[in-house]
Design a protein around this ligand. Structure first.
Ligand SMILES: [Zn+2]
Length: 92
């Protein structure tokens, strides 16, 4: 729930206009959306960092180690090359 900055009434999160005072809330709604996206990304990074630290504590190799990253890069490069060559199958 958001609060209209002009009349202080509650508005629905996706309302782009305050139903009470008719203030345009587009910028506020967009700003809140960007904040939520940023928080979700921060949470994902936090989870990844916790996993990495746990791997160090347990002296285990993370499933997403350097070799895994290299495989992903090779797949992405093959996909990009395939797109450039009109969908030709690329061996990886
Ligand atoms: Zn209002």
């Amino acid at each position: 729930m958001l609060t209209c900055p002009m009349c202080k009434k509650s508005v629905q999160p996706l309302d782009r206009q305050c139903p009470t005072c008719k203030t345009d809330l587009s910028l506020l709604v967009d700003y809140v959306g960007h904040l939520q996206n940023g928080l979700e990304q921060a949470e994902a990074l936090s989870t990844e960092a916790r996993y990495f630290i746990d791997c160090i504590d347990r002296q285990e190799t993370p499933f997403n180690d350097g070799a895994s990253g290299l495989r992903v890069v090779k797949l992405l490069e093959a996909a990009e090359r395939s797109l450039r060559e009109r969908g030709r199958a690329i061996s990886v």
